[in-house]
Design a protein around this ligand. Structure first.
Ligand code: FAD
Length: 445
């Protein structure tokens, strides 16, 4: 059986492995195939003990709405089906993981728990609590970053230019083909099939933000990747900054929910003839995305303006009293009630489709800074709206995207101007130079 690279694995407590079943606590990587954590759990189970996959469903999670729960639960239902075909048990626990999981592993006398690397505070806290409460090993495996986040560097990087050479140096070692997940050799305990209808009716989340039309699940994610690589990739470099062209991959929600391994996408894209589009897709998928994990891993307050570089905090504070030409509240922004038809169209694209084009996200967040009472308020409104409506929200990319736009993270100082100080500025004139603003407003306004 192929071995998972030890550089992906971190032991989170000091307990020793015992002879019971191996539990894979699925969390960030919600997929059966191309999943290093699950593969490592399988490796530990070998032909000696059963492997049981557990997912802990929390009744509410960082303001997630029905839009997010629906996408996740549909994907999870497919996970259960695919696991059972391979002979593995799947168990859905309801409640806080740091309460339900220790009780579960103790009941079944598990031998070890393997889980996913995730730099977000709440996940790190759960893992720390679980690690303390169980008397068997808790092992974290990085299945999200191609070059594992804990290995590539041990500090917060200044920006793409400093992390890029470190990732590129290690990429040939880590961008490897995934081994296949072997079917179960030892029969599980026969846990009952999950009653998904009952699960759906038991969750109590905000239903005013409803599901969108992106098809959830691992097979849909693979189909979307195939389609992008076959038909979309060629035009990526040229058209990716035009929101009307819809030329980006639209795979971010699949990556966010772990329904698609970024490493699978990188392998498929890298196998295409080299060119500007391949390079620029790999730059976003690998360098920019892994830079976000690096930032959150080494910056526990990744959603606060205190996490912005000193020069950015200073310039924003020097301009905090500047007169704002327009001033809007959270509700004004949420309901797209600004004076700008372009901004309202971007907000409306996000609210109705669960996805705002990447170029528009930058413009959208920078205008929230320009039209809010303070930079702190702007950051909190940006994150709240992003996490509520974007299907890919609550992601390191989102926190870093907001802090890049408002707090100069991974950027440098630019020409000084009102409100922004030396934070990079964007305006509608710039958008008009890049794409047909009126067509975008007609479509989404
Ligand atoms: C204010 C703001 C908020 C954002 N919120 C989120 C968010 O909540 N979730 C999220 O996944 N991304 C977020 N981004 C980053 C980026 O805009 C999206 O990842 C991208 O638009 C998703 O569309 P796509 O999959 O078609 O991207 P593509 O252009 O096809 O890119 C491929 C992949 O590369 C990664 N990527 C692309 N751009 C970036 C970037 N700037 N930083 C880091 N990784 C990137 C993503 O994983 C993306 O799916 C945000 C950016 C900003 C400026």
């Amino acid at each position: 059986m192929a071995k998972v690279d030890v550089r992906r694995i971190k032991k989170l407590n000091s307990a020793e492995i015992s002879g019971g079943p191996i539990v894979y606590w699925m969390s960030r990587e919600q997929r059966v195939f191309d999943n290093w954590g699950l593969l490592h759990a399988r490796e530990l189970a070998g032909d000696k003990v059963p492997l049981i996959v557990v997912f802990c469903l929390v009744p509410s999670f960082l303001g997630a709405t029905l839009r997010h729960y629906d996408f996740m639960l549909n994907g999870m239902q497919q996970v259960e089906k695919d696991l059972r075909k391979l002979g593995y048990d799947f168990v859905l626990l309801s409640g806080q993981p740091d309460e339900t999981l220790p009780a579960f592993v103790s009941n079944i006398r598990a031998g070890a728990v393997v889980t996913d690397f995730d730099p977000l505070r709440i996940k790190q806290q759960w893992q720390e609590n679980v690690g303390q409460k169980i008397d068997i090993p808790l092992l974290e495996v990085d299945g999200h970053n191609i070059v594992p986040a804990r290995f590539v560097t041990d500090k917060r990087e200044y920006g793409a230019r400093t992390i890029r050479p470190k990732i590129q140096r290690l990429l040939p070692e880590f961008l490897e083909e995934f081994p296949e997940l072997a079917s179960a050799e030892v029969k599980g305990e026969g846990f009952p099939v999950v009653d998904w209808k009952q699960v759906r009716s038991s969750i109590k989340v905000d239903e005013t933000v409803g599901p969108v039309d992106l098809i959830p699940g691992e097979s849909a994610a693979h189909a979307a990747l195939d389609e992008f690589v076959t038909y979309g990739l060629g035009a990526y470099a040229e058209k990716r900054n035009d929101p009307n062209a819809e030329a980006t991959s639209r795979l971010s929600a699949y990556y966010h929910f772990g329904q698609l391994a970024p490493q699978r996408a990188a392998l498929e894209v890298a196998a295409r003839p080299t060119g500007e589009s391949v390079d620029s897709y790999l730059e976003e998928l690998i360098i920019r995305r892994e830079l976000s994990d690096n930032f959150c891993l080494h910056t526990p307050n990744y959603d606060s303006l205190d996490a912005a570089p000193e020069w950015a905090q200073k310039t924003l504070s020097e301009h905090s009293a500047d007169r704002r030409a327009y001033l809007y509240s959270y509700e004004d922004f949420e309901q797209a009630r600004t004076h700008s038809a372009l901004w309202n169209a971007a907000q409306s694209q996000m609210v109705h489709s669960g996805f705002m084009h990447g170029y528009m996200r930058m413009y959208w967040a920078k205008k929230i800074l320009e039209w809010s009472a303070s930079a702190e308020e702007a950051l909190s409104i940006t994150i709240a709206l992003n996490d509520r409506f974007e299907l890919d929200g609550r992601d390191p990319n989102g926190y870093v995207g907001a802090l890049w736009s408002i707090g100069g993270v991974h950027d440098r100082g630019w020409k000084k101007r009102s409100v922004f100080g030396s934070i990079r500025y964007m305006n509608e004139r710039g958008c008009r130079r890049k794409f047909d603003v009126d067509a975008y407003v007609r479509k989404w306004g």
